[in-house]
Write a protein that binds this ligand. Sequence first.
Ligand code: G16
Length: 473
Amino acid sequence: MRRISFGTSGWRGIFCEDFTFENVKIVTQAIADHLRARGVEDRGLIVGCDSRFMGERFARETARVLAGSGIKSYVCDRDTPTPVIAFEVLRRRTAGAINFTASHNPYDYNGLKFSPESGGPALPETTRDIEERANAMLGEICYKEMPLDKAFRAGLVEEIDPRAAYFEAIRRLVDFDAIGRSGMTIGVNPLYGTARGYLDKLLQEAGVEVRTINDHRDPYFGGLPPEPSQSHIGDFISMVKSDAAIGLGLATDGDADRYGILDGDGAYIEPNYILALLADYIVRVKGKSGDVARSVATSHFLDAVADYHGLTLHETPVGFKFIGELISADKILIGGEESAGLSVRSHVPDKDGILACLLVAEMVAVEGKSLRDLLSDLYGRVGEFHTRRENIRLSPELEESFAGKLVEPPVELAGKKIEKVVTIDGSKWLFRDGSWVLFRKSGTEPVVRVYAEARSAEELERMIGAADAFIRG
Ligand code: G16
């Protein structure tokens, strides 16, 4: 039997292969035992799911196992965005949450994200303890369960609707009046996922016209992974391009913790740029101040914005849990990742795709400019950045050679001397001209990720080519 292993964000598995009722119950029991060992079991857990196949069934099975250990479940009444679950953990002061989601992975995956009482994704020491407990139980019937009706009667399961409280919190963070006054028409693509009835509803309530696509539940996600990246939202790009009234396109991933943004003409704006634009906007226009954070794989465009405004920058390993930790400690104003995750001070310590989309709508409304115009203004102030990420399928050969290749980095790459090596996650090589490459194994998909950044498009091509050849060679 394959061991249970938590990756960058939660335990993910393929349906029937390792994502089975049996394993879900074992992991739930491991979480129940972990909570008991910490003495926080009386606070209960939020239990939710995304829009994947049988999400509610997994949530119910988990609630039965938690009830078997005397732990109360607050079960969400429909598929629910990850940031909303995070918010509800904080609001109800529960011991955390169990959330059934494989986020942006293809439809044949499901996953279980565990968050402790901070509301953010569990840190490695917590997931290690849960893994150890779960793996020690594999292959045995070692969990206790309670029939669902009995658990309801005993008050150990309660159904909740977390939407209204989250809406209230979001209204304190976003200038909905400005969005409403803009008179914009906004395209919205929840990618068949959990943002249905959240992002569209909030925008409609602000008074703008919303045109939606893919806003029904489809566990196949239209045949593509529910990731709002340029290659996966071609239908949305065509819709925004062909509809002259639409001034902005906003998409979210399956569990609504990631965002995907289109300019009014349908041009996809990379998350690295959105993060830099929002950081600049929050400081320059909203008048806020504080540190900023990004993962090691994220563009140094954010560093340039931080320098420009005299802010301190924190660099973390990949995984929003590390940025979430800084938000929980109230150390940063905004933190984000190249994989389209961000959150802000005094909000949840997890990525919030809904919030990111709404802040972009506010920025466009207040500034009265297209995203590309805002980007060229920012380039004018801090310089240009060109960044790309490539995924290379992890073949058995690559699996074997990958770690070895990074042990001793070469002296130079693409004819440029490597000035510094950073190993907080994978291996990142920095060059004197500000360009860099990073190699690391994904913790959510069977791929090696190659990231590169340069100050011109031509230089980026050269570096990606050299990095690719190095890793495949
Ligand atoms: C998860 C994590 C993110 C991370 C992303 C990619 O996102 O929450 O912090 O950046 O995976 O990780 P990796 O490169 O290791 O695959 P999500 O939206 O899938 O939960």
